[in-house]
Design a binder for this molecule. Structure first.
Ligand code: MTE
Length: 322
């Protein structure tokens, strides 16, 4: 039995993601039809958040899990960071060129106190805490990682978001001199992500600066990244240089490139398959042993954080707003 058979991966999934996507983009451009229609449909404004706020005590349960952890070695050598290549081993090899100090973040849009701020000042007075979170990648693997970071809400509040701030948009550094992957159109650079403001303000949403008790290594998004544990990993944007409070749903790299495959919400949901593969199970990369033959376990709604986050989506059709 070949490795592919063993993993039960259909041949069409073996195509390099970036090649596949670029091909789809070209085809969509040539056809001008269905993709444009789909994209238009996806630009519809999602329903507003529920009026009833999340119970903060309940929301904070789930900051830690006793599940077996991913080893530091696996968490730092099996990565997605397309700015350094589309292979899982590329970021660990190539992200060494990322200069993470000094680092400034520009904050703008619908807020009382916009400006450019150095990383130290951005985090001043906030003590990083450890959060052991599951992170489920849309590709079907998951890890359990002890992150160090501050609740994103504590940072956002410093800028005084106005009542027009309905979403928060995030942008990764886009420096081709430091990021060799930018030479390829695998994504519409710079990498961008966004959250509805109530998702950004949820106590589980972490602005991470470290992992395993040390500073974040470049391949994991140094010096500053999001970790949104109930959403597919692509929402957890790395190496953030810009944060904008906005009124309309912001552009996000994956959703805007392939709206039929990657939803804006990207909530982990075993009942909503990706068009090219099932999301019912995941390969849990934890403890010692081969990553390729890691145990498959059932995927849980909201990645197991339903008790903490389901109220954010009450009344929302999770199939339409996937
Ligand atoms: N952020 C940027 N800037 N570029 C990326 O390619 N990949 C995303 C996310 N953040 C990505 C990114 C995806 S698909 C995943 S699964 C997670 O980062 C992986 O995080 P990790 O490498 O720390 O496990």
């Amino acid at each position: 039995m070949s490795l592919r058979d063993a993993l039960r991966i259909p041949a069409r999934q073996i195509t390099d993601e970036a090649v596949y996507r670029h091909r789809r983009q070209l085809l969509a451009g040539l056809a001008g039809g269905p993709a444009a229609v789909l994209a238009g449909c996806s630009r519809a404004e999602p329903p507003p958040p529920p009026a009833r706020p999340v119970d903060p005590v309940r929301a904070r349960a789930g900051l830690v899990t006793t599940e077996e952890r991913t080893t530091y070695e696996d968490a730092t050598t099996y990565n997605n960071f397309y700015e350094f290549g589309t292979g899982k081993a590329d970021p660990a090899r190539r992200a060494k060129s990322l200069r993470t100090s000094p680092w400034t973040v520009a904050v703008g849009g619908e807020c009382a106190r916009p400006g450019r701020i150095g990383l130290e000042d951005l985090l001043k007075g906030l003590r990083p805490e450890e959060r052991v979170y599951r992170l489920r990648c849309v590709e079907g693997w998951s890890m359990v990682i002890p992150w160090l970071g501050v609740p994103l809400r504590d940072v956002l509040k410093r800028f005084g978001p106005t009542s027009k701030a309905r979403y928060v948009a995030f942008t990764t550094l886009g420096d081709a001199r430091q990021m060799p992957g930018l030479a390829w159109p695998s994504l519409d650079w710079p990498y961008r992500e966004g959250l509805r403001i109530d998702e950004a303000m949820h106590p589980l949403t972490l602005l991470a600066t470290g992992m395993y008790g040390r500073a974040l290594p470049p391949q994991n998004g140094a010096p500053l990244r999001l970790v949104v544990p109930w959403k597919y990993g692509f929402k957890s944007i790395k190496s953030i240089v810009r944060i904008d409070f906005v009124e309309r749903r912001p552009f996000t790299s994956w959703n805007d490139m392939q709206p039929d495959e990657y939803g804006f919400f990207a909530n982990v949901n075993p009942a909503v398959d990706h068009p090219r593969w099932s999301q019912k199970t995941e390969r849990r990369i934890a403890g010692a042993g081969s990553k390729l033959f890691a145990e498959r376990i059932p995927t849980r709604l909201f990645n197991g954080y339903a008790e903490q986050v389901a109220p954010l989506y009450s009344g929302m059709d999770l199939r339409r707003w996937f």
